[in-house]
Design a protein around this ligand. Structure first.
Ligand SMILES: *Cc1c(COP(=O)(O)O)cnc(C)c1O
Length: 362
């Protein structure tokens, strides 16, 4: 018997598992497991999406020209150096395919986003995790992990699932410390939520050289996760490479139209930001007051650290799901004692606070 044999490393991949959206036996559930927006998408984005229902026989614009133009105007960036993708997850794979291969290495942070090591394995690339300090990226550790085999350094800023961020000066120090031929990927999926004045999503570092890209997404603050739209700002040479590697129609037409409409609805984005600004500190303080550790987050989610059994993270997860509150276990990130909670609606947030209070005091 013989059968096709996958490339080395492929069978070693543990498939990425999205946040749960149901609990057996519980009818009313609140999904706080995937960092989705509690406000949902802009009504204008929904209208734009519906508007294309009769055009499903048409191929999308393979260049995503309107979307890149709108992004360029919105952020003051050159549309020619923007590349759109089927979610920013696709872009992680495209960057890997384009810049790293069998025997090469990529470096990422210990509790960094799981798609980096997964995409690495797909391409026979070794993912090297650099240790963190206080659940935060340690630039010196990232730099120390770089070897002559390193092709890409991935930095999620803010990081998921820790919620912590790397200040702009530290990101610049990272870039300055890397060899010029090592690509720095700044994954700024949560940039719109950050209100710190020492934070930058990274566009200026992209402009400063030929070796840094910034990836962004419509899945988080814009509430369009179902449609899979991401975008990347890159030096012209790298944009040219990505346009060669990507599929010719990688972003579908209703997704492009909805993303344009979402970007134009500034009031909706502002409402999502304000909701987060209100509840991020409330939840953080409320949960800390119960005696649980919550690292300072700047995203639309928080990490909650639990203690020893019988009041450990697994027990908390069971308790919460019993009430229909679905958080995210983060053991695959090396954080088996924590759960990640997406900031939800007011009602959802209050339910979690009440449930955690009961869990802690039970
Ligand atoms: C959610 C998330 C993304 C993925 O976004 P998509 O555009 O939905 O693929 C990328 N990076 C990080 C750090 C994320 O948390």
């Amino acid at each position: 018997m013989s059968a096709p044999i996958p490339q080395p490393g492929i069978l070693g991949i543990t498939p990425y598992k999205g946040g749960d959206s149901s609990v057996p036996g519980v009818s009313e559930v609140h999904k706080l497991s995937s960092n989705e927006s509690p406000l949902g998408p802009s009504p204008r984005a929904i209208a734009a999406y519906r508007n294309l229902a009769g055009e499903l026989h048409r191929y999308p614009d393979g260049a995503s020209a309107d979307l890149r133009q709108t992004l360029g105007e919105h952020y003051g960036l050159d549309p020619e150096r923007i590349v759109c993708s089927n979610g920013s997850d696709e872009m992680i794979g495209l960057l890997m395919a384009a810049y790293a291969g069998v025997g090469d290495e990529i470096v990422y942070s210990q509790h960094g986003f799981l798609m980096y090591p997964i995409a690495a394995k797909v391409h026979g690339v070794t993912a090297v995790a650099a240790p963190e300090k206080n659940l935060s990226t340690d630039v010196d550790a990232l730099l120390a992990a770089v070897t002559p085999k390193t092709k890409i350094v991935f930095l999620a800023n803010p990081n998921n699932p820790t919620g912590t961020y790397t200040p702009a000066s530290e990101v610049k120090r990272l870039r300055d410390g890397l060899p010029a031929d090592v690509l720095l990927v700044i994954d700024a999926a949560y940039a719109e939520y950050v209100t710190r004045n020492d934070y930058s999503a990274g566009a200026e570092l992209v402009d400063a050289g030929e070796n840094t890209v910034m990836t962004r997404t419509f899945s988080k603050i814009h509430g369009l996760a179902a449609l899979r739209v991401g975008w990347t700002y890159a030096p012209a040479s790298i944009a040219g490479v990505l346009n060669r590697v990507r599929g010719p129609f990688n972003v579908n037409a209703p997704a492009q139209a909805a993303a344009v409409a979402a970007l134009q609805d500034a009031a909706h984005v502002e409402a999502a930001r304000q909701h987060n600004d209100l509840w991020l500190p409330k939840l953080t303080e409320g949960i800390k007051a119960l005696g649980l550790e919550v690292p300072p987050s700047v995203g639309n989610f928080i990490l909650i650290r639990f203690g020893e059994a019988p009041k450990d993270a697994a027990a908390a997860n069971a308790f919460l799901t019993g009430r229909g509150l679905i958080l995210r276990g983060v053991a695959p990130y090396g954080l088996g004692d924590c759960l990640r909670m997406t900031i939800g609606t007011k009602d959802e947030n209050l339910k979690v606070l009440a449930a955690l209070k009961d869990f802690v005091s039970a």
